[in-house]
Design a protein around this ligand. Structure first.
Ligand SMILES: [Zn+2]
Length: 422
């Protein structure tokens, strides 16, 4: 058992009742609890059990775009490419792609996804089709549509408030500083505060974005010059821009943040923001080096996200799948000094906190949701976090809210065969 907020427990057990964890500890102690002894008890054999992973940034609907866009010379070229691709896709293609991504997440041990949603009219059906806890952040731009911020936000509110409740939640995602107006950012900040919703935004992802806001120059500035008023450029860094327009007023999930300037990191820390790093997407674009040390020193929690497979390269092993474990392996290769324990926190407790769910998910503890992943492990307990990072392909099993939602074929002897693998 790997509780994450406590040392790993050899020969451990977790007592689950309903959708919650009732106790975690050595089997020798847990079996003494009267209600546990009354059963049923499942011996999982030589495995390691972790809390289900939390993906802090994802675009499920782009999963089937794997390999369709080559890494661009200039960042705006990729945006033009995906806009063209999206304009050619049908509703059913987007639906199949979103559901494929959800299945890949489940099969690789992710139980909660902070997802950027672009298919407002399909969203209720999509969310109902997966057991994942999906936190749907509705994407808003406004630059291309030319719609007024009030209208964009009113439409978003209608969509989010009409969604049937499910295991996840909802939030708002103004896409990025360059694709939104300052008025929209301010309106989002006001509504998010009022509704108690989280906000996520791609910020300071690329050098062209940094140059646009800092210096009024570069490829993004030139491309958008006739598409948006540029009066908000040349006033400071992209992070200063989102701060100026209220996005740091409530805890922001700031995605990418590859270009820092001045006291940007301290600004994020002071406002309780989290930064989401997406290792494989970062490598695909060749962005400036992620400034983990600066952010950490300032006290900004870091979370890991998959971003989308439209910006993930294939490897020698084949086409990529949406997997946080694969992101961790890329991260470990990029930064060999990072401890496995710290990386594990970035896919569990840190994103739980960023979503406002500290102690509720991302750890194995009494009272937390019974979301777990299982991998084979017969080695010493000291190597168990490393074993997760080196795990390839589907996990043995994934449980969400006390139900097994994925069991690999031939997964665990004696497992109930009733799980219908979605
Ligand atoms: Zn993204």
């Amino acid at each position: 058992m790997v509780p994450v907020t406590a040392p790993p427990i050899p020969d451990g057990a977790v007592w689950i009742s309903g959708h919650q964890i009732r106790a975690v500890g050595p089997w020798s102690e847990i079996r003494e609890i009267g209600q546990v002894a009354a059963g049923p008890v499942t011996d999982l054999g030589d495995v390691a059990v972790f809390p289900g992973l939390i993906n802090a940034h994802c675009h499920l609907d782009y999963t089937a775009m794997t390999g369709l866009l080559t890494p661009p010379r200039e960042f705006p070229d990729w945006i033009k490419g995906i806009l063209t691709l999206k304009s050619q896709w049908t509703d059913s293609e987007f639906e199949a792609s979103w559901l494929l991504g959800a299945r890949q997440q489940l099969q690789t041990g992710t139980t909660t996804v902070a997802n950027i949603e672009t298919r407002a009219h399909q969203l209720a059906g999509l969310r109902a089709s997966t057991p994942l806890r999906v936190f749907s952040f509705l994407e808003m731009t406004g630059i291309r549509s030319g719609h007024e911020p009030e209208r964009i936000l009113a439409e978003a509110m209608d969509v989010l408030k009409s969604l049937p409740p499910n295991r996840g939640g909802v939030g708002l995602s103004p896409h990025a500083p360059y694709s939104t107006s300052p008025e929209l950012l301010r309106a989002v900040a006001t509504i998010a505060r009022h509704e108690g919703w989280r906000v996520t935004c791609h910020v300071a992802e690329s050098e062209p974005e940094f140059d646009m806001f800092m210096y009024r120059r570069g490829s993004l500035f030139s491309w958008l010059e006739n598409q948006r008023p540029h009066g908000d450029c040349g006033l400071g860094s992209p992070l200063q821009h989102v701060h100026r327009h209220g996005l740091l007023d409530s805890p922001l999930l700031a995605v990418h943040v590859n270009c820092l300037w001045g006291d940007d990191a301290r600004r994020l820390a002071a406002r309780g923001a989290s930064v989401v790093h997406c290792p494989r997407s970062h490598a695909y674009f060749g962005h400036p080096r992620f400034q983990r040390e600066v952010l950490t020193e300032a006290g900004v929690p870091i979370c890991i996200g998959t971003d989308s497979l439209a910006s993930t390269k294939a490897t020698r092993e084949g086409p990529p799948i949406l997997s946080l474990i694969d992101e961790l392996r890329t991260l470990a290769a990029d930064d060999p000094g990072l401890s496995p324990r710290r990386m594990l926190a970035e896919v569990t407790v840190n994103p739980a906190r960023a979503l406002g769910l500290k102690s509720v998910m991302g750890e194995l503890r009494t009272g937390a949701l019974a979301d777990v992943l299982v991998i084979p492990h017969a080695g010493p307990v000291a190597t168990v976090e490393e074993a997760l990072i080196q795990h390839r392909g589907p996990v043995t099993a994934t449980m969400i809210g006390g139900r097994w939602e994925w069991i690999a074929p031939g997964g665990i002897a004696g497992f109930p065969a009733s799980v219908s693998n979605p």
